[in-house]
Design a protein around this ligand. Structure first.
Ligand SMILES: Cc1cc2nc3c(=O)[nH]c(=O)nc-3n(C[C@H](O)[C@H](O)[C@H](O)COP(=O)(O)OP(=O)(O)OC[C@H]3O[C@@H](n4cnc5c(N)ncnc54)[C@H](O)[C@@H]3O)c2cc1C
Length: 396
């Protein structure tokens, strides 16, 4: 059996291990033990839309049945509710700490080998002697491999948003249950997401703050009580519809580690390279890193991981060389281009025809549902941003 080494055990690495383990000899290199992941800080808001959940079912990955079903997207402009768009399938947010820890145990019980240790770039050459293929899924800390940057898809030199996330109790969910998005033009966005965690249900409040704008007020906050107090103040001042659903006596972070602040500079790499004669492929954030504003990182990682699986199955009997890398990139490039350009556009002021479309959705359910479907299939969003005008039929 051909040997594959996967570096990293997050969204991409885990799906790849599940999909490849029956056809290849798979070893996962990782440095976080399941208990450390569970006890560690929250990592994401991790909405998996239904195409991703379908891929997880395809590869017999563990499902979290108690995750609150996300059926809709509620859209607000400032304090004004514009519309509720229905998703075509149910989405879910399962705390990555829970999902990753469970999957590592499950994969190990199914014979996938795990090697513990944080790899460095200089370890990679030696590793090529042990495998027929290495897959770099080191997330936003990566890549370790020398993948060239795709400059045409990498326009920014700095983060476009500050990402501020907390997992809370005491927020009454929106009805019908779903994601609530509030845009404060010029200042950023608030996403409210129902999720399941190790300690039960939580409401994720996720601010995407334009640097130096009115939401960029969490600098220097170090502990959970300061974070909670600042979040309560920001919601009271800027997000009245959410504030009305908060029971302040119960409003609290679910745990000390249940908050996160980060900022991401989007960068796209060509996802293949040859090192020491061995093919290295990249998957997930290590090669396709975008701002989380459109909630696509996990979904893109899952999409690319499936394409990578299909590529390797197609070339199961042939030599694994650069041509295999080119085939993988050819299969994924259209989707990666769409999700990247749409996501980058969402960090800019909205184009006029999109602003009009949002207003149209307030009185037209088909348009509202079409906008919700962008999140399930970013190629539709990309098409709407780049090809449609308000006078053209809006296709779902
Ligand atoms: C605030 C925020 C909110 C988000 N919300 C969403 C959302 O709602 N929906 C969505 O789809 N996406 C979302 N994302 C993005 C999503 O979390 C990531 O895109 C996704 O987790 C990427 O998966 P990955 O496997 O590439 O990386 P990760 O899941 O980060 O996994 C990387 C793995 O590599 C390991 N690793 C790293 N370096 C090394 C090394 N040197 N040696 C060994 N192992 C290593 C890490 O330990 C980890 O196991 C969000 C991101 C952020 C920051």
């Amino acid at each position: 059996m051909r040997r594959i080494g996967i570096i990293g055990c997050g969204t991409a690495g885990i799906q790849l291990a599940y999909s490849l383990k029956n056809d290849f000899d798979v070893t996962v290199h990782h440095y976080e033990q399941p208990q450390d992941i569970l006890n560690g800080r929250i990592r994401s808001t991790q909405v998996h839309f239904h195409p991703t959940l379908e891929r997880e079912r395809r590869f017999n990955m563990p499902a979290e049945d108690s995750a609150p079903p996300i059926r809709s997207i509620h859209f607000h402009l400032g304090q004004q509710k514009l519309f509720t768009g229905n998703l075509t399938g149910i989405a879910a947010s399962v705390d990555q700490r829970l999902g990753f820890a469970e999957s590592i145990h499950d994969l190990a019980s199914q014979g996938v080998k795990f090697v513990h240790g944080r790899l460095k770039q200089e370890d990679l050459l030696e590793l090529t002697h042990s495998y027929n293929l290495i897959i770099d899924t080191t997330g936003k800390a990566g890549p370790l491999a020398p993948f060239p940057v795709e400059t045409g898809l990498t326009p920014y030199q700095a983060p476009q948003r500050k990402c501020i996330v907390g997992y809370f109790t005491g927020v009454q969910p929106v009805k019908p249950e779903g994601i609530s998005i509030t845009v404060l033009p010029g200042n950023g966005e608030m996403f409210e997401i129902p999720a399941i965690t190790d300690s039960g249900l939580a409401t994720i409040l996720f601010i995407e703050a334009v640097p130096e704008g009115i939401l960029d007020v969490f600098k220097g906050i170090k502990n959970s009580s300061e974070f909670m107090a600042r979040m309560a103040k920001v919601i009271e001042e800027h997000f009245h519809p959410i504030f009305e659903r908060i029971d302040m006596d119960r409003f609290a972070l679910i745990a000390e580690n249940a908050f996160l602040q980060t900022a991401i500079t989007p960068v796209i790499h060509r996802p293949y390279a040859i090192l020491g004669g061995t093919l290295i492929l990249g998957c997930g954030d290590s090669v396709f890193l975008s701002d989380p504003i459109t909630g696509q990182g996990c979904n893109t990682a899952s999409y690319a991981a499936e394409q990578l699986y299909e590529t390797l199955i197609t070339h199961k009997e042939s030599t694994w060389d650069e041509a295999v890398g080119i085939d993988y990139w050819n299969r994924t490039k259209h989707y990666i281009t769409a999700v990247t350009e749409w996501t980058n556009a969402m960090t800019e002021p909205l184009p006029e025809h999109i602003a009009k479309l949002l207003m149209q959705a307030a009185s037209d359910q088909m348009t509202a549902d079409g906008i919700a479907a962008w999140f399930e299939d970013p190629t539709k969003a990309h098409k709407a941003f780049h090809e449609h005008s308000i006078n053209q039929p809006f296709l779902r």
